[in-house]
Design a protein around this ligand. Sequence first.
Ligand code: GDD
Ligand code: GTP
Length: 419
Amino acid sequence: ELKTIILIGGPQKGTRFRPLSLELPKPLFPIAGYPLIHHHIEACSKVPNMKEIVLIGYYQQNESLSRFIASVQHEFNVPVRYLQEFQPLGTVGGLYHFRDQIMLGNPSALIVLYADISSDFPLKEMWEFHKKHNHGKHTVMGTESNPSQASDNGVMVEDPDTHELLHYVEKPETYVSSLINCGAYIFSPTIFDALKELRQKNVERSSELSYSNNVGRIMMGEQLMPYLSGQGAVYVFKTNHFWTVLKSAGSAIFANRNFLELYKTRHPDRLTLNKDNKPTIIGDVFIHPTASVDSTAVIGPNVSIGSGVIIGPGARVKDAIILDKAEIKDHCCILYSIVGWNCVIGAWSRIEGTKFEPNPNEPHARLASESLFQKNGRLIASTTVLGRNVVINPELLVRNSIVLPYKELSSSFKNEIIL
Ligand code: GDD
Ligand code: GTP
């Protein structure tokens, strides 16, 4: 028997995802037409003998989370539960804190996933790999990165023959290895012994430092992985399929593209086809059945359109996520952008971001780690994001900008955050 734990973090996280994360927890943000962790949960539910999926985070349980949980339980026919940390316990502190509930029913292994990753989640293969190693061992998913970008992540040195994890460093200052930690793990129940030790170390350290407010905070990358490495306890399952972290709006557009591409093999029914008297579709496009798109619009590639969206005649949409109930009037052009819930884009306006993708000429290139500002404080040209209920008047150009919710724009902007 197996269980899955998805670490969904909390409201202090996801700052690079504002203003979208002001509206709903980032793990529920729609990518390729479904909440981000819907993709994780679907993948986990396909692993045989999955008894339960547990979400751990420090969001207050709210209506959107409850509704989401009810709907995925029903859809995938597996129990899904939310356990709330009352303070951030770090990536694995929550695992230890809720160990009794997690181990209820004696699962033989735990799949642990970060919420903010996008991947095709090759969990069945990873589970087969895990089973080949002896009882009590753990598995971490790794992928090759471009050497110059590897240090944005936890990096790993493995034994090339056995794949044993020999050495682990979280976001090293200097080059260590280009094999990076993907944030997907399979743990044996012995993981709780290691977590207990690490918690004890926190307690000892806190009495030295004479504070003890959060000894329960235990970090995967800084503590658990280095602790387990080099003692035959962890093996690296390597994947060369798509994998990316989802931190910013630009990475959401990229993840959207990857998940849409995956639909070709896993869910062809979710992709829109070209038909007579229907909009022209280029490449991979998801259109919610309740959206209304004019037959003279041109959509795609890499576009997701939410429920109740209205797209007018002559509009052009490419590499974009259009959220529920937005309205895009006649002849608008939307490129490399996220258009928030209920936005209205006036006729002939143009909403444009900058293409943000890994350098196709470099082997194993990843998305650049995206910060919003340059050193001199200027906004970096990037994906355009319109928050909820933004109104853009007709015939305007909004480029590489972030517009906060409920703004009405009556002039053009570029490279600005509009507060
Ligand atoms: N429940 C809970 N509580 N979840 C948390 C907490 C917490 O206190 N802190 C973080 N998380 C969740 C986040 O929501 C996210 O899904 C995941 O844990 C990773 O969190 P980060 O702390 O943002 O990690 P990171 O992106 O800097 O780096 C980690 O992930 C990389 C892969 O994406 C490291 O493990 C790297 O080594 C790794 O390469
Ligand atoms: P790259 O190959 O990525 O350099 O892009 P591109 O030459 O295809 O141009 P860009 O990414 O700027 O635009 C993407 C698509 O959007 C183009 O192929 C056009 O079909 C369409 N497009 C761009 N601007 C407009 C516009 O003002 N109106 C309409 N209707 N379509 C536009």
